[in-house]
Design a protein around this ligand. Structure first.
Ligand code: GTP
Length: 599
């Protein structure tokens, strides 16, 4: 049983791509937790999709023993995800830590998520150790980066450590800082058991694995425990640690992190943030827990050709066992039939869920454009949230529509400030603050309607700053504005999945843009198709798709038969992601056309 004075619990936080996974690998390798031979590149990123998308999605962890000045320390590392959609996972992991390594790329310097992560660490009362990484790169300027950290975050530049996670340079200094600067955990092994569930995952063979940090007391196999929030009692079948492979241990005591198994079948039965205590000696001081993650982005998934609704439901059920941070419920659309309304933490989260559904369950789906939650206040005083424009009641009873707002920090080179301001004002951003990180780099703070930036603000920001701009946002509440619902009619039929809530001043322009886009996306049919945009029954824009069946083989009559077949196959492929609305086939891409902000 390790002495609590020799335990250190820490996480690595950083802006995306600044080298978290590489540093985690190096730390494990130098502590002998894995040998170089065992070490697949970035072995912590173990999901296929993570490898492909090159980002860490799910937090991973590893315990390692490290000898320093003759004493052996137990260092518990928690790897955290880096994308803005996964803030809540970062804060969960931090609640189990006493310190963080704040990693900064020595070429890129402080970025938007460096700042956001540092604030999360401060909120969690973690000791912050700035680590300037990638010093092996030509052009690296670690001293300047350390000054930026001091400037924005008030952490002394001389306390920063310089490393190369790639070559291993400076790694010994990192261990030294963890041991000397991260405080040992507080807690009393002799007190009543209080353990925090900071994460959980589903394992097909072993059921739910709950990741815990023991705050007080001790937990071992055979203990009968009580889960305070859910009120359920279970017998512990195993406790263990990650080295980084899971390994059963005798017990886990105050200050330690590890996992527990207790014959829990599905992740829905575990409440993340819950306190585990002994059933026959329960604590009356459960831990504060977490706010549940808030879904802010919504879209509908409908079964595509060849997929039935029950199949799609089954696919959702399966995926939900692994990721309960998205929501799904049955919805029906006049035009598209029965489908599912889903809620996500952000756009990247949505994309990951969509890909996992198709990949892991082999279903064919048609997805509608994402929207954000709106708050509606009726004239009779009733206030509620809607997750899709189609849920808006008749406007005659609506007093106001409120949209979700966020506070965003955007970091860029000083010469891009004008372009970023222009882009942000077009997105109805309110400029709040300008701060110089260094003579050449600036941080602008804005207040934005979330709906204006969730789609392509990041891409646009990258392009106006030639790749150097970064942004991070935090939801700040709802605010009323002049918002209207824009309806789209295809062949005289209103397609609810295509309607959007937009600002009144932009509505007519958006309507025109939208149907121009739709005209490009929808193939010609054997009849004429009118496309209309309407606000409150008033048509504001109109286009017509002329009649004529598009025959991709028309140009190769009499010609090469294999070429003809190939073309027809391609056309069939394109049809897969179509949805029949009345007599008109609308391709998947058309549903996304509503996202075009029309800059
Ligand atoms: P996410 O999980 O996506 O947030 O990324 P990450 O922060 O875990 O970064 P990762 O470790 O995947 O590193 C990003 C890239 O930087 C990879 O190509 C690494 O090989 C490279 N890299 C990491 N550390 C160093 C370093 O010290 N020097 C050099 N030259 N490259 C590094």
């Amino acid at each position: 049983m390790p002495d609590i004075r020799f335990i250190r619990n820490f996480a690595i936080v950083a802006h995306i791509d600044h080298g978290k996974s590489t540093l985690a690998d190096r730390l494990m390798e130098h502590a002998g937790a894995v040998t170089a031979r065992e070490l697949r590149a970035q072995m912590l990123d173990d999901m296929d999709l993570e490898r492909e998308m090159g980002i860490t999605i799910k937090a991973n962890r590893c315990s390692m023993n490290y000898t320093y000045n003759g004493d052996t320390y137990l260092l518990n590392l928690l790897d955290t995800p880096g994308h803005v959609d996964f803030h809540y996972e970062v804060s969960r992991a931090l609640a189990a830590c006493d310190g963080v390594l704040l990693l900064v790329d020595a070429l890129q310097g402080v970025q938007a998520q460096t700042v956001a992560n540092a604030y999360l660490a401060l909120d969690a009362a973690c000791e912050i150790i700035p680590v300037i990484n990638k010093i092996d790169l030509p052009g690296a300027h670690p001293e300047d980066c350390a000054l930026e950290v001091e400037h924005v975050l008030g952490l002394a530049a001389e306390d920063a450590i310089f490393t190369s996670a790639k070559t291993g340079q400076g790694i010994a200094d990192v261990y030294k800082a963890i041991i000397e600067r991260v405080p040992p955990p507080k807690g009393d092994p002799a007190a009543q058991l209080r353990a925090l569930i900071y994460d959980a995952k589903n394992d097909v063979h072993r059921g739910v694995i709950s990741h815990i940090r023991v705050m007080d007391g001790r937990v071992k196999r055979g203990d009968k425990v009580l889960f305070c929030a859910t009120g359920t009692e279970r017998i512990i079948t195993e406790v263990g640690k990650y080295f980084p492979k899971p390994k059963a241990v005798e017990s886990l005591a105050a200050g330690e992190v590890g996992y527990l198994l207790a014959s829990i079948k599905t992740i829905a039965d575990v409440s993340i943030g819950d306190t585990v205590t002994l059933a026959n000696d329960p604590t009356d001081r459960p831990l504060p827990g977490y706010q549940p993650p808030q879904q802010m982005v919504f879209c509908d998934f409908f079964p595509g050709p060849g997929t039935e609704t029950p199949e799609l439901r089954e696919a959702f059920e399966k995926l939900w066992l692994n990721d309960s941070s998205f929501t799904y419920e049955t919805t029906s659309s006049d035009a598209l039939g029965i489908g599912f309304r889903c809620g996500f933490l952000g756009l990247l989260h949505m994309k990951i869920i969509q890909e996992r559904l198709e990949r892991e369950s082999d279903v064919n789906i048609v997805q509608t454009a994402p929207t954000v939650t709106y708050e509606v206040k009726e004239k009779n005083g009733k206030v509620y949230h809607i997750e899709s424009p189609s849920e808006l009641p008749d406007m005659s009873i609506v007093e106001e529509i409120r949209e979700p707002m966020c506070r965003a920090n955007v970091i860029m080179p000083a010469e891009s400030v004008g372009d970023v301001l222009k882009l942000s004002l077009e997105r109805r951003g309110l400029h709040k603050k300008t701060e110089y990180l260094s003579p050449t780099r600036v941080m602008l703070t804005f207040e934005f309607p979330l709906g204006e930036i969730i789609y392509d603000y990041y891409d646009k920001l990258k392009s106006v700053t030639r790749g150097y701009g970064t942004a991070d946002y935090e939801i700040s509440g709802f605010r009323a504005d002049k918002l209207v619902k824009l309806d789209i009619l295809v062949n005289g039929m209103a397609v609810d999945a295509l309607s959007v809530i937009v600002h009144k001043d932009k509505a007519q322009y958006r309507g025109r843009r939208l149907i121009t886009r739709l005209k490009k996306e929808i193939d010609r049919h054997q009849f004429e198709i009118p496309l209309q945009a309407a606000i409150g029954g008033k048509i504001v824009a109109r286009e017509t798709i002329a009649a004529f069946r598009k025959d991709v083989t028309a140009k190769c009559y009499g010609g090469d038969i294999t070429r003809k077949r190939k073309l027809l196959e391609k056309q069939k492929e394109g049809k897969k992601r179509m949805k029949q609305v009345g007599m008109v086939a609308i391709p998947q891409k058309a549903f996304m056309a509503v996202l075009d902000p029309g800059d």
